[in-house]
Design a protein around this ligand. Structure first.
Ligand SMILES: [Zn+2]
Length: 602
């Protein structure tokens, strides 16, 4: 019989942001038990070295101290002992993100990867976790929310929880505090919505809309749901956006204004973004949490896990997140086409799409996508954005070539049957082989073009075949995200400097200098602070206003500080490219369009 690894965690000093954790191994490795903290958290492909937040650590056995030797940045080895071995340590938790851990006198949140040591060689042993209430009257009303199974703890209570192994232990994030709770059932599975932070959300509406969304996803892959219970752990802030997927829960950070207000009948743009985020993370319950790349089976928590398939796991998930909203009627078709138009615009505004393929972008996620810098738009492409558009092309191509008999939906369901339900990882070429088989087509040359080259995607042709007209126009301003027709007729071409900037007081701080643009040609660099264009300060109206009356080809003199040195640049303004996408339903191909987007409602 495998003895369980026992953990306790207590928010010991919320005011100092310290959890105290103990890990006890009954039958430690006789040659000296090793313990390690993960270098990364699955779902967020970046080395984060959580061990840097371990503040103090010691070990004991039967009441006597045991020596701990540190072997590398995140591994410790205890002196050999015969009996039960306990390691106790404090973890500093002050990262209010879905990937970290956080603790103050208001609430606590943690990912197991940040706080629980892995007892090497005991990874498959069951884990018992005791979550203890912090001491003090102010914590009297705190509750606990997690998708981990209870073993003694009451519903939403402190106490004992259990996980089948270490992998499961760290896949159930935990929230504690005085949160808002709402519940619903979707296809028989219990779902909880837990909201931390001040908010005035319309809970009845959230319940109704999320239920509709969850049922759509469950039915897409086929009932029953792969989990008995699911928890949405939502942190509402002034400003924030992010999500991390788990097998039976998701941690979301959003702005409190993204949540629906009572008496607000329509789906606001902000609420639409929130629904898209919830949809994305929920779809991951199948795609990446159960259908996994072979490179993640099992995860190697000590180092980077390389795969060229993030385009499929993140890109396809991104494709279905908004598509599910229109298919289940939470948003209208014109809203979906607006979102898709914006996505295509953001893709076309990334010069790096000519330099990095989406397979390369997936592989290098660890050092590029997750470590963006001022040159990122010039050097690379997002596997979310291009991956999603490659998924769109693949879906439309299969629909077109099979006269609507097959689609990417069928490929996803086959992946679920073949890999999700069996736990067999998807090999690097596995997705493509299965797509060929399910569609009955030879798709190799499309995959070569769309995934492994930087050739442009045939978006316009494929959309046209499905009754959607795609038009490109120049941007009207830096705020123009695309997706909608131009507001003014004068689209002859805005004069462009070729930078991205943010207002800094009355000046403009250059964040990115785009490849081939006027600013780059003149010598402007990221980090420069533009204090004048032709002798005038940009002011609160910003560079857009300063350039509004200029024409492409005109010259302007730019004064900017680089560090503390004033520089002068002579730039010849460029012309805004037609990189802003507008989509609209066209007359033909009604049958294919309805099969793709679902029938028009109401
Ligand atoms: Zn994702």
């Amino acid at each position: 019989m495998t003895l369980p690894i026992r953990y306790t965690i207590i928010p010991a000093r919320p005011e100092a942001h310290l959890y105290r954790v103990t890990c006890t191994v009954e039958d430690p490795d006789p040659s000296g038990q090793r313990f390690a903290l993960p270098a990364w958290v699955p779902g967020s492909y970046m080395i984060r070295d959580f061990a840097r937040h371990v503040v103090s650590i010691r070990a004991e056995s039967r009441g006597r101290p045991v020596t701990l030797e540190k072997l590398d940045k995140h591994t410790w080895r205890a002196q050999a002992v015969a009996g039960p071995l306990s390691v106790s340590y404090e973890v500093y938790a002050w990262d209010l993100s879905v990937r970290g851990s956080h603790l103050d006198t208001g609430h606590g949140f943690f990912n197991g990867a940040c706080v629980f040591l892995r007892a090497l060689g005991h990874e498959s042993a069951p884990c018992e976790l005791e979550i203890l209430r912090p001491t003090g009257a102010r914590y009297r009303d705190w509750r606990v929310a997690t998708a981990m199974s209870r073993k003694g703890a009451g519903p939403f209570g402190f106490g004992r929880y259990v996980a089948a192994d270490y992998d499961e232990l760290i896949d159930h994030p935990v929230e504690m505090g005085e949160f808002t709770l709402a519940s619903f059932r979707a296809c028989g599975a219990a779902h909880d919505i837990v909201i931390t932070g001040r908010h005035r959300a319309d809970l009845a509406r959230l319940r109704r809309d999320l239920k509709r969304l969850c049922e759509a996803h469950i039915r897409f892959f086929g009932e029953p749901a792969p989990m008995k219970r699911f928890v949405f752990l939502i942190t509402a802030l002034g400003e924030g956006y992010g999500g991390l997927e788990h097998r039976a829960s998701t941690a979301l950070v959003c702005s409190r204004d993204d949540l629906p207000r009572e008496g607000e009948p329509e789906v606001s743009e902000r609420y639409r973004n929130f629904l898209g985020l919830a949809s994305h993370e929920y779809f991951h319950t199948w795609n990446v949490k159960r259908i996994k790349p072979a490179a993640f089976v099992p995860y190697d928590l000590d180092r980077e896990n390389y795969t060229t398939l993030l385009w499929a796991f993140e890109g396809i998930t991104s494709y279905y997140d908004d598509l599910a909203l229109v298919r289940c009627g939470l948003i209208e078709r014109k809203d979906y086409l607006e979102l898709l138009g914006r996505l295509i615009s953001s893709y076309l505004r990334t010069p790096g799409r000519a330099r990095q393929s989406v397979a390369e972008s997936s592989f290098d996620a660890w050092i590029k996508y997750y470590r963006q810098d001022e040159n990122s738009p010039n050097a690379g492409v997002s596997y979310y954005v291009k991956g999603s558009l490659a998924a769109l092309c693949l879906d439309l191509l299969i629909r077109d070539q099979t006269q609507g008999r097959k689609s990417l939906d069928d490929v996803m369901r086959a992946l679920w049957q073949r890999h999700g339900l069996t736990g067999v990882g998807v090999e690097e070429d596995g997705f493509e082989r299965l797509a060929d088989e399910v569609a009955g087509l030879r798709l190799r040359r499309y995959f070569d073009d769309w995934l492994r080259s930087t050739r442009e995607l045939p978006l316009k042709t494929l959309l046209a075949a499905h009754g959607v007209a795609m038009e490109l126009r120049p941007a009207e301003s830096a705020q123009d995200k695309g997706g909608a027709p131009a507001r003014t007729k004068a689209t002859a071409g805005l004069a462009m400097l070729g930078i991205r900037a943010r207002t800094q007081g009355d000046d403009a701080g250059v964040t990115h200098v785009l490849e081939g643009g006027a600013a780059q040609g003149a010598g402007v660099a990221a980090g420069d602070v533009i204090v004048a264009v032709d002798g005038l300060r940009p002011g609160q109206a910003g560079l857009d206003a300063a350039l509004a009356k200029r024409r492409p080809g005109e010259r302007v003199v730019i004064h900017a500080f680089r560090r503390d040195e004033l520089m002068t640049f002579d730039a010849q303004l460029g012309r805004a490219e037609a990189d802003t996408c507008v989509l609209a339903e066209s007359a033909g191909a009604k049958r294919l369009r309805e099969r793709w987007l679902g029938p028009r409602r109401g």
